[in-house]
Write a protein that binds this ligand. Structure first.
Ligand SMILES: O=c1[nH]c(=O)c2[nH]c(=O)[nH]c2[nH]1
Length: 305
């Protein structure tokens, strides 16, 4: 005998672009391009174990719902839209007990023309960087988690990074350095403290107050600022300092996560040409890469507010 241990289902890669016109000046517009994934949990076991489709809300209906709700409601910021979808699915269908929503927002930014002003409705795709949110909600316990992120913000500094003093053993070939290239594709995430965002309705209030947008802006700005300004001792030390600074600036956060590949740039050996002092021509090494992760939270008793 077998038993179903866990299941979830829904639609992935539901994509839309929504246009928002300024009612006072319809030429002035904003856009939001999103890729939504919405997975349902609940009393669906018989559809797996008894081939009984009766409880299944078809994934096609899930897709239609995402699109119609995107048309009819405010999708800015993505955390608001995720909470709206969670509320919709868990209240409309009594047998849906929990939901997981992932939204990936493309980075379209307005750009300045020769006159120095941003054009009202022309955008530049600043990819592959994306803004993301991952929301989970359980109807019975009302447990809500919101983790938002920046992914694939690629940065490089050509100096101002060191790596020395590490463990040395008979397998060590790496040479210590006080001047190296540091490059990574930033994947930074921040989890909101349920104390500050306890319910789906509180997500709407916090969205109106700007919490999700300002947190995103602070996380992004802090990442870029510290990456540039810090004399980096290691990827580990730099990501910890970034996390600490974001937690200090945003009391509503429980934890900050970073996942950073260390994208190695290696000096070419040009000795075959008699060049012994090459310090400027590097080989962008595609693999392997370092991969460094951390989760930073507050020491118990140190939460602000
Ligand atoms: O910042 C770094 N952290 C490491 O753990 C590591 N390991 C390595 O080979 N180079 C680096 N750089």
């Amino acid at each position: 005998m077998s038993e179903l241990i866990a299941s979830s289902y829904g639609k992935a890669n539901v994509k839309f672009l929504k246009v928002k016109k300024n009612p006072q000046n319809p030429e002035e517009q904003e856009i939001l391009e999103a890729n939504v994934q919405c997975l349902l949990k609940g009393a669906f076991d018989v559809s797996y174990t008894k081939a009984d489709n009766s409880p299944i809300v078809p994934t096609d209906t899930v897709k239609n719902t995402i699109l119609i709700e995107a048309k009819n409601t405010d999708v800015w910021p993505i955390e608001r839209f995720a909470a709206h979808l969670a509320k919709h699915f868990t209240s409309k269908y009594s047998h849906i007990s929990a939901i997981e929503i992932n939204i990936v927002q493309s980075r379209w930014i307005k750009y300045p023309l020769k006159n120095g002003k941003l054009h009202a409705h022309s955008f530049r795709h600043d990819g592959p960087e994306t803004r993301r949110t991952f929301l989970t909600y359980e109807k019975a316990s009302k447990k809500l988690t919101i983790k938002s992120s920046i992914k694939d913000l690629t940065v490089l500094k050509s100096t101002g990074s060191m790596f020395y003093g590490y463990n040395v053993c008979d397998y060590t070939t790496l040479q210590p350095t006080t001047d190296r290239i540091l490059s990574t594709d930033v994947f930074a995430s921040w989890t909101f403290d349920p104390k500050f965002v306890p319910t789906l309705d509180s997500v709407f209030t916090k969205a109106d107050e700007g919490l999700f947008d300002t947190t995103y802006e602070k996380a992004r700005a802090t990442t870029l600022e510290l990456f540039a300004l810090e004399q980096s001792a290691s990827v580990q030390a730099t990501m910890y300092n970034m996390s600490h600074s974001i937690l200090e600036q945003v009391p509503e956060l429980l934890t900050v996560d970073y996942e950073l590949p260390n994208k190695h740039y290696i000096l070419f050996n040009l000795e075959w040409k008699g060049i012994k002092d090459n310090k400027e021509l590097f080989y962008p090494s595609p693999d392997p890469n370092g991969l460094i992760r951390s989760t930073v939270g507050r020491k118990s008793g140190s939460a602000k507010l």
